[in-house]
Design a protein around this ligand. Structure first.
Ligand code: HEC
Length: 152
């Protein structure tokens, strides 16, 4: 009887906080370096940012180069706006601007992408949308990282 109940309840519990899938997603986010760009202050503070503030976007910090100026998005808002299926499809086909390493992320297995989705969703929506992208001819406000310009 108890075994039967466990079988019924197991799939329902799989998405609860602290489930193996969510723990896996957290591990993927940490070792995938997402916080280094998508969490304000994470790199300068060598990772000492409370988890409740993770993935809220790069805040004021932009990356400027020949592509213009980009700001790392608030994944706490953009990820839950998609269904799990949409997220998997999106990551397999997306091509954001630099410095987002989309070519590495595309190699993530579907199982791990699903785990990341559930982890990010479990953090809950918070913060505001990232600053909009600026085209190359627009001067961004400080602070920004300037990428080397291509050789003339
Ligand atoms: C080197 C910095 C950097 C790293 C590392 C990085 N990102 Fe990004 N990411 C960015 C920037 C900047 C953008 C915005 C690009 C643009 O405006 O086109 C972005 C865009 C995205 C987008 C598309 C916009 C959106 O929210 O739908 C997703 C999804 C994303 N990143 C997820 C991740 C995940 C998950 C990781 C970790 C596996 C990660 N990124 C690691 C810098 C980074």
């Amino acid at each position: 009887m108890i075994a039967a109940l466990a079988l019924i309840l197991a799939p329902l519990c799989a998405q609860a906080q602290g489930s193996p899938q969510i723990e896996r997603g957290r591990y993927m986010v940490l070792t995938g370096h997402c916080n280094n760009c998508h969490t304000a202050g994470y790199a300068p503070k060598e990772g000492n940012v409370p988890e409740k503030d993770w993935l809220l976007g790069s805040g004021p910090l932009g990356w400027r180069g020949p592509w213009g100026t980009t700001y790392a998005s608030n994944l706490r808002l953009t990820v839950p706006a998609m269904t799990e299926e949409q997220w998997v499809q999106y990551i397999k086909t997306f091509k954001p601007r630099p410095p987002m390493p989309w070519w590495s992320m595309k190699e993530t297995t579907e199982q791990d992408l699903r785990a990341m989705y559930h982890y990010i969703k479990s953090l809950g929506p918070a913060g505001k949308d990232a600053q909009p992208y600026l085209p190359p001819d627009k001067e961004p406000k400080q602070p920004y990282n300037q990428a080397p310009l291509p050789p003339k």
